[in-house]
Design a protein around this ligand. Structure first.
Ligand SMILES: O=C(O)[C@H](O)COP(=O)(O)O
Length: 215
C-alpha cells in the first residue's frame, strides 16, 4: 500500500492579509515558518522518502524546512501549484467589487468549469493534481512521499478522490500546515484505488492557524 502525505504550506503574509495568492506569491510569516518546523517534527519519524513540492516560493520554503527535519531532498512539480486565480490574484478579498465577488463565488459554490477571467477552472486544477498524485505510483517500491501544495489544490485532490465535484473543495478546511494522507490500496472492503485516510489534521500545531480565524 502506498501512503502519500499531503501538506499545505505555512501561513504567508498574504494569507494573513486576506489577499488572494493563486499562482502569485508572498513569503511565509514567522508563524508560517514555525508551522513548517512543527510539520517536520511530526513527520520526521514516518520514514518519508521523497518530498515533492509546488514550485511557488511559499511551498518551496515549507518543503525545505520539512526536508531538513526528515533528512531528504526536495523536487518540484508545477502541477502542484495553486489554482490560477486570473485577474483576482494579489487582490484583498474584502475589496472585491460585486462583479469580482461573483467570479470568486463561481469557484466557491459553482460549477466545475467556472473560472475567474484569465484563470483556471476547478476541474483543470483537479486534473493536474490527480495526475501528479498518480505519478507517485511510479516511485520505487517502499517509497513514502510527502507532497507540499496549496489549500484549493489539495482540497480539489481530496474532494475528487472522494468522488465529489472539484468545487466541493470549499467544504473542506485545509488550514496552513495541515497534514492529510491518501493511500493507494487494493482492499476487499474499500473501493480499490485511492482512499482518504485523514484530511486537515492540525494537532501538531501549537497555535491555531490564522486561517482558522479568517474563514
Ligand atoms: O489565496 C489563494 O490563492 C487561496 O485561497 C489559498 O491559497 P494558498 O493555499 O496557496 O494560501
Amino acid at each position: 500500500m502506498l501512503q502519500v502525505y499531503l501538506v499545505r504550506h505555512g501561513e504567508t503574509q498574504w494569507n494573513a492579509e486576506r489577499r488572494i495568492q493563486g499562482q502569485s506569491d508572498s513569503p511565509l510569516t514567522e508563524k508560517g515558518e514555525q508551522q513548517a518546523w512543527q510539520v517536520g517534527e511530526r513527520v520526521k519519524a514516518l520514514g518519508i522518502t521523497h518530498i515533492i513540492a509546488s514550485d511557488l516560493g511559499r511551498t518551496r520554503r515549507t518543503a525545505e524546512i520539512i526536508a531538513e527535519a526528515c533528512g531528504c531532498s526536495v523536487t518540484y512539480d508545477p502541477r502542484l501549484r495553486e489554482l490560477d486565480m486570473g485577474v483576482l490574484e494579489r487582490r484583498l478579498i474584502d475589496t472585491l467589487t460585486d462583479e469580482e465577488e461573483g467570479w470568486r463565488r463561481t469557484l466557491v459554490n459553482g460549477t466545475a468549469n467556472g473560472r475567474i477571467p484569465e484563470g483556471e477552472s476547478m476541474q483543470e486544477l483537479a486534473d493536474r493534481m490527480n495526475a501528479a498524485l498518480q505519478d507517485c505510483l511510479e516511485l520505487p517500491q517502499g517509497s513514502r512521499p510527502l507532497l507540499v501544495s496549496h489549500g484549493m489544490a489539495l482540497g480539489c485532490l481530496v474532494s475528487t478522490i472522494l468522488g465529489l465535484p472539484a468545487y466541493a473543495e470549499r467544504r473542506l478546511r485545509l488550514r496552513n500546515c495541515s497534514i492529510s494522507r491518501v493511500d493507494y490500496q487494493q482492499s476487499p472492503w474499500l473501493a480499490p484505488g485511492w482512499i482518504v485516510e485523514t484530511a486537515g489534521d492540525v494537532t501538531h500545531l501549537d497555535a491555531p492557524a490564522l486561517d482558522e480565524l479568517q474563514r
